[in-house]
Design a protein around this ligand. Structure first.
Ligand code: ADP
Ligand code: MG
Length: 340
């Protein structure tokens, strides 16, 4: 190993290193771009994927758009419109806040962004390292990411088959669509059929969306659950023990609108089903936990899939109890059945 003199990393290299954490594969780009559209209050989001995301990822929305003067900042590291003080860092309501996604993505792809705010006479477009120029685009933002990892051969080699990458993208979009019922989504992943999900406001509309994503059998069997404790609410749909599954494919958990994969949550849910499922079988669930912003820390990992709870045991207990009570009322214990 050579240890020479110390020098600051060139900006492009710092961005590529940051991209290593945030942009693992095409699906990560989809997640970051769609989250930006949601943060921009879009109620219509369209996604087009070509070449399993290697050739093209396009996300367009009808959100607030970006001020033309801010366009270069949107592609700069640590530049964000979502956070301006340490106090706010403890109370994050938006999905993004790190100001890292766009510069990271643009450091490992050919990125073009078009955006127009409602009060602007025209749209503007920006491409990495170039000045903004006027463009034609309705209100909102469209980001096109081409040739992902063209300059990072090692990363490109790590990508899996088209089918696998397409599946990761579909899973990501399914999660996002379940996280925001009031947003209409449309996506087209290569030649796979287009998915159209109109905004779902009423309960039947929500169930329709859940059916499209989780399968109609999940919806048919699902038990609805709704409980509150102090300022923590949980609601959603869980499968009865009889509708157990081989896979973990219908396991969605959202906290304050954010997709979360968390060991504490998994453990709490498993505990509620303890002794009710045959060995190795999985429950299905689509659950939404809402709690005050200052009770969780979302600044744990760059991808923001993990959180830290201020009152972890309380949250764990509430989830287990809510599920147990729902399962109990739906399934009175059979005579001779030893419930745990
Ligand atoms: P972050 O989301 O953490 O702020 P990003 O790099 O993802 O960082 O985006 C940088 C900034 O660009 C955002 O703070 C936001 O102001 C703006 N932006 C990005 N995408 C959109 C979009 N689809 N609509 C409106 N503004 C956007
Ligand atoms: Mg973002």
């Amino acid at each position: 190993m050579t240890t020479g003199r110390i020098h600051p990393l060139p900006l492009y290299l710092a961005n590529q290193i940051a991209a290593g954490e945030v942009v693992e594969r095409p699906a990560s780009v989809v997640k970051e771009l769609v989250e930006n559209s949601i943060d921009a209050s879009a109620d219509n989001i369209e996604v087009t994927i070509e070449g399993a995301g290697r050739q093209l990822i396009r996300v367009s929305d009808n959100g607030t758009g970006i001020h033309p003067d801010d366009l270069p900042l949107a592609l700069s590291r640590h530049a964000t419109s979502k956070l301006s003080s340490t106090e706010q860092l403890g109370m994050i309501a938006s999905l993004g806040f790190r100001g890292e996604a766009l510069p990271s993505i643009s450091s490992v792809s050919q990125l073009t962004l078009h955006s127009r705010q409602a009060d602007q006479p025209c749209a503007w477009q920006i491409t990495t390292d170039q000045d903004p120029i006027p463009s034609a685009h309705p209100q909102g933002t469209m980001v096109e990411v081409r040739d992902l990892f063209f300059n990072i051969p090692a990363r490109r080699r790590f990508l899996r088959s088209d089918k696998t990458e397409q599946q990761h993208i579909a899973t990501t979009l399914n999660r996002l669509a379940l996280s925001q019922f009031d947003v209409a989504f449309r996506w087209q992943i290569d030649k796979l059929g287009a998915i159209k999900l109109p905004a779902a406001i009423s309960q039947p509309q929500k169930l329709q969306r859940i059916g499209k994503i989780c399968g109609n059998s999940f919806v048919r069997d699902a038990l609805y659950l709704e409980q509150s404790y102090q300022d923590i609410d949980i609601h959603g749909w869980i499968s009865p023990p009889s509708a157990h599954r081989a896979q973990t494919d219908v396991q969605y958990f959202f906290i304050n609108g954010r997709v979360i994969r968390d060991r504490l949550i998994n453990h709490a849910i498993r505990q509620a089903y303890d002794g009710l499922l045959p060995e190795g079988r999985q429950p299905g669930y689509v659950l939404y936990l809402t709690l005050p912003l200052d009770k969780i820390d979302v600044n744990v990992h760059p991808t923001k899939h993990e959180v830290r709870f201020r009152e972890a045991r309380l949250v764990h207990g509430l989830i287990t109890k809510a599920l147990q009570e729902t399962l109990n009322t739906a399934q009175p214990p059979q005579p001779g059945f030893d419930s745990p």
